[in-house]
Design a protein around this ligand. Structure first.
Ligand code: BDR
Ligand code: CA
Length: 310
């Protein structure tokens, strides 16, 4: 089983990704970012998920704010005020560990150099702090998979071309994209191309176990929001990134390019600028995922929801 270190801001699609990770991989730790909602909620939600899974995964609380500027907005309008669809779960029994997220990222990669796949499903604040404190960190990571960006400018929050995870903390994304010479990028536009059919998804949920029921409850508000926004299908960005982390061979079409982050533009702060034609003369840092095998992606999700025979 692939050992994963997951930086996350749960978040309903983060929650699905965390279910997938526990079903298919070894989850070394969850490091928690602020993003979809405030850090107190994202930490609590991670603990709720650890309880649901009867797991012992350590949860490390991270940085409560972006590195430089206050964010334009959070994503409570998608994920609910509490980040898990405002279902009203009780206080979790699991508690966060003492170590802060950035230090946990440093220490865990020191304990297992070259072994861990880092999966970044949130604004990149914790990882940026970690690589600033320890510039050798990227060389100890087996692989970095980032859910973030909008590679041709079709963003989803903040400025028009910004995707949420990059737009929430552009300086952090800049630090990470410069520090890692090679990472896998699963962007928002790829997410939109890999939505699940709603009826098929409802069938999985009906046949799944308590994980499916849990996900169905937390996803209801986000689903309603997507419908109101005119989007069809079940859209789960972090689940797609997690599928690529668990099963790299799932990728059927990719492009290696240099990706940078716009930090200043009045209309474009937080945009990911992809040098499609190599005009900057800089080496490619990102392997951009363009297409995955949708049936394999579906099977990973179904098994994580406990669908029999999946
Ligand atoms: C990303 O932003 C968050 O709202 C989701 O959890 C995902 O990580 C999608 O843009
Ligand atoms: Ca997320």
């Amino acid at each position: 089983r692939t050992p994963l270190l997951i930086d996350t801001d749960p978040g309903v699609d983060d929650a699905l990704a965390i279910l997938m990770a526990h079903a298919h991989a070894e989850v070394v730790a969850l490091t928690i970012a602020a993003g979809n909602v405030g850090l107190a909620h994202t930490v609590r939600n991670a603990c709720t998920l650890v309880d649901l899974l009867s797991a012992r995964t350590p949860v490390h609380a991270g940085c409560p704010l972006p590195l430089v500027r206050a964010p334009l907005e959070d994503a409570a309008f998608v994920h609910g005020q509490d980040g898990l669809g405002d279902v009203g779960f009780p206080e979790p029994a699991s508690r966060p560990a003492d170590e802060t997220a950035a230090l946990a990222l440093i220490q865990l990669t020191r304990q297992r150099p070259g072994e861990l796949t880092l999966v970044a499903l949130a604004p990149l604040t914790n990882l940026a702090l970690a690589v600033r404190l320890d510039p050798e960190l990227p060389s100890r990571v087996r692989r970095l998979v980032v859910m973030g960006g909008a590679v041709t400018g079709h963003g989803n929050t903040g400025t028009v071309p910004a995707e949420f995870n990059v737009g929430f903390d552009p300086e952090a994304a800049h630090v990470v994209f410069e520090a890692f010479t090679h990472f896998t990028l699963v962007d928002w536009e790829a997410t939109l191309r890999h939505a699940f059919d709603e009826d098929a998804f409802d069938g999985w949920v009906a046949r799944g176990d308590e994980r499916a029921r849990f996900f169905d409850r937390i996803f209801a508000a986000a689903r309603a929001y997507n419908r109101r926004s005119g989007r069809r299908g079940i859209i789960a960005a972090d689940a797609l990134a997690m599928a690529v982390a668990i099963d790299p061979a799932i990728v059927t079409r990719r492009a290696s390019r240099h990706v940078a982050v716009e930090l200043d533009g009045r209309l474009t702060r937080g945009a990911t600028v992809v040098d499609w034609d190599g005009r900057l003369g800089r080496p490619a840092n990102a392997e951009i995922v363009l297409e995955v095998d949708q049936a394999r992606f579906a099977a990973l999700v179904q098994r994580a929801l406990g669908v029999p025979g999946a």
